[in-house]
Design a protein around this ligand. Structure first.
Ligand SMILES: [Zn+2]
Length: 502
């Protein structure tokens, strides 16, 4: 029976804003060590463990750490997580294979390419012959180092991300087959300099990304193709070589891998203009929304997305709603621990005046002074059902609902990943009952609220996760890219290939 080590360091980082991730963020999220990890039944590791168990493999757990996105990991945080994972891996020796559940767009102060750094360290420990398979988010920034150090990389197929469990299973099956000598994976990544936000990056229904994904997945039925992945790179990293495209793992056929990855990258390039969204100023969106019968009209303030690393503390939409009278029922989420604490001090039905917003990451706006009545108080803890954090606890910290005019402001102490409206449910807010609903993510609102929304406006507001990065002044990203240069001409994709394998 094969002896297979598993581990995970999983988050997504933002170079444009947010706050640095500390060990405490992982402790509040997920930080599971050793045998405790074997109880994982959900998410990527849950899928991998179930598959290993079914195959009768001996699982050697190391460390699983995940948290809501933010700024880069501090050097101390990454050193601690990496050090412990590697030490536990060595303790587990001998191993026949390693499975790592990673994101692909994490970065640390001391390791800009966190996953490349981790895979390199694991490879150095296990040597060239032991298979190392890593699962990734389809928003990964896949680097030459990751491709050369891993035996195979397998990414999620869905966005909204519903297939973490399934991807864990797929990665595990590929590892089992490789360890058993049934296949010899080799892979190629081809990417084009297309850097767009994720608003049109859904895989449900028609759409530019969905079309490229279907095209890539169709090739998995071809003989010799073990896995295909498509990447819409997380666009808020300031790193060299950012780009999007395809990755193909074949059974010992480097030419086929390179050829198919190139075809996926070509199609991706052809669809690039369809990935850029139409955006509205908040005041314009509110005025247009008022002309629509009923609600909720969704105001998508994607620039302040906690799930993309932003602080969630913008009040840009709230300002527009108040400027328009503040007399229509609305829900607006804002992260502000001091305001939440003042609400808790005032108690339910108490009246408070607070300076709200832009306190965590003050680069993107100025606080707004509001007076309102506290309608609800709670500890802000909830449980995710589905998605990448399926089964895990979300923790907003002390949380309040502050009613200002007709607007309910969900004041949380900490930012949390948006999945399916869990935060609103936790505080008893009904999104169907309002005229305007402010959402702060680029995609999952489609699943959570769009089915009953009467209108949707993508907002152009300041923040580190904007609807388009065309005006972002990247410092490290060296080459011309779309849409920074909308006239950019086609050039052959950048290709990275396996250094080991085949
Ligand atoms: Zn993602």
């Amino acid at each position: 029976m094969p002896r297979l080590a598993v581990g995970s360091i999983f988050t997504e980082c933002n170079h444009l804003g947010g706050t640095p991730l500390e060990l405490g963020d992982f402790e509040r999220g997920e930080l599971t060590r050793g045998n405790a990890l074997l109880a994982t039944t959900h998410g990527t590791l849950g899928g991998a463990l179930a598959t290993f168990r079914e195959a009768g493999a001996t699982v050697l757990p190391t460390l699983a750490a995940s948290t809501c996105p933010g700024g880069p990991l501090t050097a101390a945080c990454y050193a601690a997580l990496k050090g412990e994972l590697l030490a536990r891996l060595v303790d587990a020796f001998p191993v026949d294979g390693v499975l790592l559940a990673l994101h692909g767009s994490a970065t640390a102060e001391n390791a800009p390419d966190l996953e490349g750094d981790l895979l390199t360290a694991v490879r150095q420990l296990v040597g060239p012959r032991i298979p190392v398979v890593a699962t990734l988010d389809l928003h990964a920034h896949v680097t030459a180092e990751m491709v050369s150090q891993a035996t195979a990389l397998v990414a999620w197929e869905t966005y909204p991300h519903r297939d973490a469990f399934g991807t864990g299973s797929r990665g595990a099956r590929l590892l089992l087959e490789t360890v058993a000598g049934k296949c010899r994976p080799t892979m190629a990544l081809a990417k084009v300099p297309v850097i767009t936000a994720a608003l049109h990056g859904g895989t449900d229904g028609p759409g530019p990304f969905a079309d490229v994904m279907r095209y890539a997945k169709w090739h998995e039925s071809l003989p010799g193709v073990l896995s295909t992945s498509v990447f819409l790179v997380h666009p808020y990293l300031d790193l060299p070589g950012l780009g999007s495209g395809g990755l193909v793992v074949t059974d010992h056929d480097a030419v086929l891998a390179r050829q198919l990855a190139g075809q996926i990258a070509r199609l991706y390039w052809a669809r690039r203009t369809d990935l850029e969204p139409v955006v509205h100023r908040p005041d314009e969106a509110v005025a247009l929304g008022k002309q629509i019968d009923g609600g909720p009209v969704l105001l998508v303030e994607t620039a302040d997305c906690c799930g993309g690393g932003a602080a969630g503390d913008s009040v840009a939409s709230l300002k527009a709603l108040l400027a328009a009278g503040g007399d229509e029922r609305a829900i607006v989420p804002v992260v502000d621990s001091e305001a939440a604490s003042l609400c808790h001090a005032a108690g339910e039905r108490g009246q408070v005046t607070v300076q709200l917003g832009h306190q965590v990451d003050p680069r993107w706006g100025t606080p707004l002074r509001v007076t309102g009545v506290v309608n609800h108080l709670c500890d802000g803890r909830f449980q995710y059902a589905g998605g990448i954090f399926d089964g895990q606890l979300g923790d907003m910290g002390p949380t309040a609902v502050l009613r200002v005019g007709a607007i309910d402001i969900l004041v949380a102490s900490r930012g949390t990943y948006d999945w399916n409206g869990e935060q609103l449910q936790r505080v008893g807010l009904d999104p169907r009952s309002v005229k305007f609903l402010v959402v702060k993510n680029p995609m999952n609102f489609n699943m959570a609220f769009r089915p009953f929304a009467t209108g949707v406006f993508i907002l152009d507001t300041p923040g580190p996760t904007p609807a388009s990065v065309r005006n972002v002044d990247f410092q490290q990203l060296e080459r011309a890219w779309y849409p920074g240069d909308v006239t950019l001409a086609w050039s052959e994709p950048t290709v990275f290939e396996s250094a080991w394998g085949g």
